[in-house]
Design a protein around this ligand. Sequence first.
Ligand SMILES: [Zn+2]
Length: 108
Amino acid sequence: MHHQQRLNDEIESVKATILGLLSQSTHPTHQNLLCILTHTSNEEWLDLAAQQLGTEYNPLIERMNKLEAAISQMDIGQYGYCCDCEEKISEQRLERDPAAQRCDKCAK
Ligand SMILES: [Zn+2]
């Protein structure tokens, strides 16, 4: 299951990017948040980050949401199916983006 590995790797890297950006910020709120996020488990992490971070973090948060959603689908055996038509998403598509939620037809 290399998709799962890729998803987990990307989650870690997006998380590291967010923490990296926070650590460069001189804003006291960000420093406080950095401290909290470093000590929070994965599920709470995303909620907290989404609530606390500014809109400039939205693309990163959205990507995290998508990655986490794909991981949850794997847990319940629903991974790789289109969320619109429920057809299987092509392997090439998952190869390009392991967090893809739609098949080629529905993504158009
Ligand atoms: Zn579809």
